[in-house]
Design a protein around this ligand. Structure first.
Ligand code: FAD
Length: 434
């Protein structure tokens, strides 16, 4: 069987690599494979174009599969994240770093956490108050989340938070307020990252196991003809027995003929955020020791900063520091419309105000924009998504991956699902043969 795999990110490459019994061809719109996991290695700097990507998982089998692909190019690191709050570097996650706050802020966080009688929540904002209390909610959780999601927290559902926003044990919050060291989000305390090549080393490793990858092939039309699938980029045409889509659901719908109006409306109603990453290199006598800095302060355009030297020693040349700033945006929010030069200026202004960088020391600036970055969990998400995916399924198109399934999933889950799809497709031939 010949299978056309739309999209050459981690999902598409992992399906093609794991599918043993069929001839798979990956069609990628960009000139390079990797999707969200692309990296920029230039001038001695290593940045991840889609925002910093670290390897961690609660699933030891998948993690081992990912580690195995990187082999000797894998290094393990320990997280050193902080939250920049009121000019202080507060240990991450915030509820484990209360001792770093001023005594008054520490008191308010602990007091409202322990004396918290918020009723059962129905939206994300209420959930934050309910779980963390007014102090932690208003100082960190709400302002930070409203920056990253770019939507008022009361417009978000809560069915996604378990596992994503862990509830801290009471004793940890008390310990953290009185100065006893604790760690939160321990599943990502120690993480893996490629020594060389940035996170792109991972999709590249999968690509090495694939038979056929075609880049510069933006899928524009997908249709059935004479019992086979046809895929076109407007110039060239390919023919397949099966199609697996890992491209954004919205792009697939646009490429299909005659999508029913109610399905199209459901897909149009799914909300996602775009991401701008500003990558900076600067001279410094001593690089910052952080892995990432979370910035809830609404004065600054970015919500998170990361420091590639804490991922790999090849993050920046000697005597230099690398900083990547992430900015969530959507058309019409005033940031989306800024030119790259304006976004870069605002980023450097912010870093100067925070005392992290001097403008005159900056010697490297690049900006990258990702259209489909974050799936936003609004209240009608499940209903709309089910309509869309059931329709793709009814056509016989297999959807897998973060944007194709429109789910907030990480690399480990993406690869786990891709392997499951490959196993299913391999099984299909056995069924046909028997
Ligand atoms: C800001 C951010 C930070 C993240 N950090 C982490 C992390 O630290 N750890 C972690 O495990 N995960 C992280 N993730 C999640 C991780 O990036 C994804 O789970 C994974 O990369 C998804 O892979 P994918 O193949 O499903 O999607 P994608 O990477 O989006 O791949 C889809 C591919 O399809 C291509 N494409 C799109 N349209 C077309 C078309 N019309 N024709 C042909 N090709 C097309 C795209 O160019 C792309 O290559 C992060 C995600 C984001 C957004």
């Amino acid at each position: 069987m010949k299978i056309g795999i739309l999209g050459g990110g981690l999902a598409g490459l992992a399906v093609a690599a794991a599918c043993r019994r069929h001839e798979c061809e990956v069609l990628e719109a960009d000139s390079a494979i990797g999707g969200h996991c692309r990296s920029l290695v230039e001038g001695g700097y290593t940045f991840d174009l889609g925002g910093p990507h670290i390897l961690f998982s609660r699933d030891p089998e998948i993690l081992a599969q990912l580690h195995r692909r990187l082999g000797a190019n894998l290094a393990m690191r320990r997280r050193n994240n902080r939250i920049w709050y009121d000019g202080r570097f507060v240990k991450y996650p915030f509820e484990n770093g209360l001792y770093d706050l001023s005594p008054q802020d520490r008191f308010e966080c602990l007091y409202y956490y322990l004396n918290n009688d918020y009723p059962r929540p129905v939206n994300f904002k209420e959930w934050i108050y309910h779980v963390f209390g007014k102090g932690i909610a208003e100082k960190y959780m709400i302002p930070y989340n409203e920056k990253i999601w770019n939507v008022p927290a009361e417009q978000m559902a809560i069915d996604w938070v378990d596992g994503r926003v862990p509830r801290p044990p009471v004793e940890d919050v008390i310990k953290s307020a009185v100065g006893v060291e604790t760690e939160g989000y321990t599943h990502q305390l120690n993480f893996g990252y490629p020594v060389r090549g940035g996170i792109e080393a991972l999709p590249r490793a999968f690509a090495g196991e694939c038979r056929s990858i075609v880049t510069d092939f933006p899928v524009r039309r997908v249709w059935r003809e004479d019992g086979r699938w046809r895929v076109s980029d407007g110039r060239r045409e390919r023919e397949y027995d099966r199609v697996v889509s890992t491209i954004p659901l919205q792009d697939l719908a646009a490429a299909l003929p005659e999508v029913p109006q109610h399905v199209r409306a459901a897909i149009d109603g799914l909300r996602f955020n775009s991401l701008i990453v500003v990558m900076l290199g600067a001279a410094t006598p001593r690089p910052h020791p952080f892995t990432a800095l979370y910035v809830p302060d609404p004065r600054f355009i970015f919500h998170r900063l990361s420091f590639p030297l804490s991922f790999t020693e090849h993050g920046a040349p000697a005597g230099r520091e690398a900083i990547a700033a992430e900015i969530t945006t959507n058309p019409g929010d005033g940031v989306h419309e800024l030119s790259d030069a304006e976004v870069e200026r605002k980023t450097i202004d912010g870093l100067e105000t925070m005392g992290l960088l001097k403008r005159g020391a900056v010697e490297f600036v690049r900006t990258h924009r990702t259209r489909h970055a974050y799936v936003v969990r609004t209240f009608d998400y499940h209903e709309k998504l089910a309509l869309a995916l059931e329709y793709m399924d009814s056509l016989g198109i297999v959807s897998v991956g973060r944007n194709a399934e429109f789910e907030y999933i990480n690399m480990d889950e993406t690869v786990r699902r891709a392997f499951a799809v490959a196993a299913r497709l391999d099984g299909e031939r056995q069924n046909t043969a028997s």
